[in-house]
Design a protein around this ligand. Structure first.
Ligand code: GLN
Length: 447
């Protein structure tokens, strides 16, 4: 803990990953574990980590990087945080993100822009940019983030770490500040695949407080991890439209295919034609759910409240106008529109229908292969400011990650090589629902 704390003091001023440092409490926690002789009571005992700031921590400020929650101190803890507390893992602090997890670069934070440690003029990806940077810059042994459309895998890819989005429902969302409830899922950032399995062991499991939590028996994800790729059927996309995909990302894909072949895997060509439709459906469904989830920020019960107003309608109006950033407002408007009478059938219902088509497509794919391999992101880290004024460009950076959330299936991004600018390239390995063991096994073999 002391060495991570020193590292945070030294490095964080350069990369701006932490919104709140809890270093004194972390040191206290460490001392307590030592004095009680609990150092080896669990594999994560004494291991320091960082938490995305949309995961509620009782009595510790949780802002979702929004002015709306700038002073919010939750009266309860997220299920994942409680599990880690019970294992005596040590929370070092809360890390930056795009406001309410809406974005792909962490530039939508109301508080600060986090920088990519590989090149400080580039973005770390998003929305869990702070979590990715905390791990990439050795400021935490691991971190948790949330992934609604790629927010774990894309920043992991851009920062050269391992990012795992589990199957929808495997990890409790209780205490995760909601963005789009049918897509949100908490997952891990780690240095390697084995650590991802270890942290997943700690956070997965049924929780009666989350009605979408899966009630299945617990697995140990480390048991079959090191079986290798022999006999594994790895799907790759045929007729895959590589337009907009950086040359070096294509090369990294080719090299990963070769590596799998060398390791005894069988490469199978599969078809998935719906990237464009998935992206469109995602932005309808995600915005619709966001507009509903964010209706609770009214300035009455908690969070920000406008200073001056005439009556409660005016207070509500001013609070939301001043409290939300522009990306959040854009999504509330899009979502409200898609859900309004007369447009619901044309947009929301269509989006849900596309969702079913995509789920069926993946079911067909996983009849032909064990795991599917794609790039995580079409490009490596882009420059800070490059896409902020072009939301459509920003949305396009989620092409490879979004369909996975639409289908609720698991995927992991692992670092491969660096591009010519020295920036990391990530490869995504996708599995069928509850296929975490298989994707981690494949990822470990490739690592
Ligand atoms: N970048 C996507 C978005 O802006 C995904 C965000 C996420 O996964 N939370 O919606």
């Amino acid at each position: 803990v002391a060495s991570y704390a020193d590292r945070i003091e030294k490095v964080d001023p350069k990369v701006d990953a932490f919104l709140l440092k809890c270093l004194d409490d972390a040191k206290e926690h460490a001392k307590k574990i030592d004095s009680e002789g609990k150092t080896e009571s669990s594999i994560l005992s004494g291991i320091p980590y960082a938490l995305k700031d949309n995961i509620c921590t009782k009595d510790i400020k949780t802002t979702a990087a929004s002015k709306m929650l700038y002073n919010f101190v939750p009266p309860y803890s997220a299920d994942v945080y409680e599990r880690l507390q019970n294992l005596d893992s040590i929370m070092l602090g809360k890390v930056n993100m795009d406001e309410f997890a809406m974005g792909s670069s962490t530039e939508n934070s109301a508080f600060k822009t986090t920088k990519n440690p590989w090149d400080l003029s580039t973005v770390p990806g998003g929305s869990s940019g702070g979590s990715a940077v905390a791990v990439a810059a050795d400021m935490a042994a691991y971190a948790l983030g949330s992934d609604t459309g790629g927010s774990i895998r894309q920043p992991a890819s851009l920062c050269g770490v391992v990012g795992l989005k589990p199957t929808y429902g495997l990890v409790s969302r209780y205490g995760l500040i909601a963005f789009a409830s049918s897509l949100d899922q908490i997952g891990t950032f780690t240095k390697d695949v084995e650590d991802a399995a270890i942290v997943l062991n700690a956070i997965a499991g049924h929780d009666a407080k989350d009605s979408t939590s899966l009630n299945i028996s617990k697995k140990d994800y480390t048991v079959n991890l090191k079986r290798g790729a022999k006999g594994l059927k790895v799907g790759i996309l045929k007729n895959f439209n590589t337009e907009g995909v950086q040359e070096e990302v294509k090369t990294a894909m080719d090299e990963s295919i070769a590596a799998f072949k060398d390791a005894g895997a069988e490469i199978v060509e599969v078809d998935f034609r719906y990237f464009k439709q998935a992206l469109a459906a995602y932005y309808i469904v995600a915005c619709a759910e966001a507009s509903s989830n964010l209706a609770r920020y009214d300035g009455v019960r908690y969070g920000y409240r406008a200073k001056e107003y005439t009556d409660y309608i005016d207070m509500y109006y001013k609070t939301r106008s001043e409290g939300f950033g522009s990306e959040v407002k854009r999504r509330i408007m899009l979502g409200t529109y898609a859900l309004s009478s007369g447009y619901y059938d044309a947009y929301y219902k269509k989006g849900m229908q596309v969702r079913t088509v995509i789920i069926n497509e993946y079911n067909k794919i996983f009849e032909q292969c064990d795991v599917l391999m794609t790039p995580t992101s079409a490009t490596t880290a882009f420059k800070i400011g490059e896409k902020v004024d072009d939301p459509l460009q920003m949305y396009m950076s989620d092409t490879f990650t979004v369909p996975i959330n639409i289908a609720g299936i698991p995927a992991v991004s692992i670092p491969t090589k660096l591009d010519q600018k020295g920036l990391p390239i990530g490869i995504q390995i996708v599995g069928p629902a509850l296929g975490e063991e298989k994707i981690l096994q494949a990822a470990w073999a490739l690592e």
